[in-house]
Design a protein around this ligand. Sequence first.
Ligand SMILES: Cc1ncc(COP(=O)(O)O)c(C=O)c1O
Length: 414
Amino acid sequence: MDEGSAPVTLEDVEAAHERIADVVHRTPLETSRTFAEMSDAASVGLKLENCQRTGSFKIRGAYNAMSQLSAGERERGVIASSAGNHAQGVALAGGLLGIETTIVVPKITPAAKIEATRGYGADVVVEGDIYERSYEYALERADETGETFVHPFDDEAIVAGQGTVGLELLEQYPDLDTVLVAIGGGGLISGIGTALKAHDPEIRVVGVQPEGALHAKPSLEAGEIRELADVDTVAEGIADTRMLETTFAVAREVVDDVVGVSDREIAAAVALLAERAKTVVEAAGAAPLAALLSDDSGLEVEGERVAVVLSGGNVNLTQHAELTRTGLGELGRYVEARLALAGWPTAVGDVVETVAEEGAELDVLERARRQSVDHPNRVPVTVGLEGSGPEHLAGVLEAVDELEGVSVLESQVD
Ligand SMILES: Cc1ncc(COP(=O)(O)O)c(C=O)c1O
């Protein structure tokens, strides 16, 4: 495609930047020595879009698109379908621009998300068992009422708005070699890629997807949109089945590569971001860091300056805690074990003491359900232990196993 026919250009992104400048945060860019060391990069810059208004980058595109509606369109209102970050972006943009917004969500949407969206001033309509049905309903209703449907990614103004993250990166983290961006439908990476490639075509733009929703890689390799029949990932923000016309047309020009990461790697990235960068990031937003730190993604960044876009932080705290625990397990720093105790409760005290002496944290100790194979004169318990690594935890379990009246029945530590 020659430059003149690109659906989104640098000029579009620059115009978007002007439109949204007074409304969105210019989010911080923090460098991380820890993640640079872990990945052999010369430097790693974390772009904290989880600290953006509404908790994700989505307000950028939504505001850019909605601020360009005509007076008549504004009058008739905006409709969107989303159970996630796009909903909040559209709702806030509507509030700021004085446009009435309606968000259609599927029945499975958690009440907390509905409340959050209402909190930003949108009217929420629950329609459809799955997202696709809510999407169809929103389109049908837009046809009837004259409301403007704002697509979560397949829209030039949305792509241009998301691209403003790229312009900020160029200012905040100059001379970057590689940028890592999560792909759902491809709006964010298309916009960022447009901005970066116009500045320097040598900057490598790498998309990241969960292995359970890896559609952009085969699409870009085949030169045509490939759609997945099913997706399966903990990163619900990027659990899309396909790109669409606009994002595919831009992405094929500006994306150099796409890599896949496992859900467990994503969980480890969420945990490390909380621990090392002191920041709360949702699974979708942590996927690029997972790719950076993965041994299996095939990504090589040795000696490079790498920007990692942390695109969102909308995760409830119980889910964050679960992700963190799984992530620590993936890092070999958390283990669950099943023990058999001969003397209850004396042995419990011995276990607690030994774990503390060995320098580990006892996260959980509870009576387990007795299984038919269990010794009838022993009490089965499960423990959850946090330690500094697999060797440490193996040593702690060995010490526990050596206690009188205690035996370790099962654990996942190698
Ligand atoms: C946190 C987060 N990151 C990344 C994305 C992917 O954006 P896109 O669909 O534009 O590729 C989304 C989309 O909803 C998201 O919510």
